[in-house]
Write a protein that binds this ligand. Structure first.
Ligand SMILES: C[S@@+](CC[C@H](N)C(=O)[O-])C[C@H]1O[C@@H](n2cnc3c(N)ncnc32)[C@H](O)[C@@H]1O
Length: 243
């Protein structure tokens, strides 16, 4: 459960705290039940939802469901954007891909989130992944470098529509014509607050095609392809974490 971390640890602790606090008050002073019962219910429902969605077993299932659809091939260069503790990147390396992972490794998003932790996971599994610092709004690779990109549970962190557009542009820039792109965690109440039709529109504006939405329990996943006319040179910029 902890290999790939618990996402949104602050929210998990907040709901847990609310549950314990209101539960204790109800036990100690039953006359205040009217006041504390709603808080107890919020803590219980919110906490349960977070425990289901935040734990890494749930995300591993989502990953396996998504990769079955994406069918990554041997030696393809695949980027995991917002890799965290390597949920997708490590599995892609196991499948024979040239796996890359970038992240800003924010601790608010994932428990124990760090470059050191993800490298430890990689070494424990005996595979090679190129992990390096990088922001989705400015991906540190040259144009047309990747055959495929995955991005799981990151987009809820990008609140400004202009920044989300910047991120979409970057995903299109670093991928080759025909590349498969996967965005997991599409929710109209989080991130830029876009509905499915707005997502489709925004992606199509940047030359993504066949935008398809799939639901996996409470999470919506976008599968799409990059469509561009010209190809440019290969290579990368920025310092490799292995240098
Ligand atoms: C909830 S975690 C998900 C990690 C991993 N993809 C998974 O599913 O286990 C979200 C990740 O996105 C990263 N992140 C947030 N904003 C980012 C940004 N602007 N660019 C790159 N990574 C970002 C966080 O540091 C965190 O590791």
């Amino acid at each position: 459960m902890l290999k790939y971390g618990i996402q949104g640890p602050d929210a998990v602790f907040a709901f847990g705290f609310l549950l314990i606090l209101s539960g204790t008050r109800i036990c100690l002073s039953p006359e205040y039940i009217i006041l504390f019962l709603p808080l107890f219910v919020i803590g219980f429902l919110g906490g349960s939802l977070m425990i289901i969605e935040s734990n890494s077993k749930f995300r591993e299932r989502l990953r396996d469901f998504s990769l079955k659809r994406r069918d990554p091939k041997n030696n393809q260069k695949v980027l995991d954007v917002g890799t965290g503790r390597g949920l997708f990147a490590i599995e892609l390396a196991h499948k024979g891909c040239s796996a890359y992972g970038i992240d800003i490794w924010s601790n608010q998003d994932l428990l124990g989130n760090s470059l050191g932790k993800v490298k430890k996971n990689m070494k424990r599994d005996g595979i090679e992944v190129d992990f390096r610092y990088g922001d989705i709004r400015e991906i540190p690779f040259v144009d047309d470098f990747f055959d495929s990109v995955v991005c799981s549970y990151l987009v809820h962190n990008i609140h400004k529509p202009s920044e989300m557009r910047m991120a979409i542009k970057e995903l299109g820039r670093v991928t080759k014509d025909g590349s498969k792109v996967l965005l997991a965690d599409i929710n109209p109440f989080l991130g830029p607050g876009w509905t499915k039709s707005v997502w489709k529109n925004e992606l199509e504006k940047e030359n993504f095609k066949d935008v398809e939405f799939n639901n996996f329990l409470l999470t919506s996943v976008i599968f799409t392809y990059v469509s561009k006319k010209e190809k440019k040179s290969e290579g990368f910029i920025g310092k490799s974490s292995c240098d």
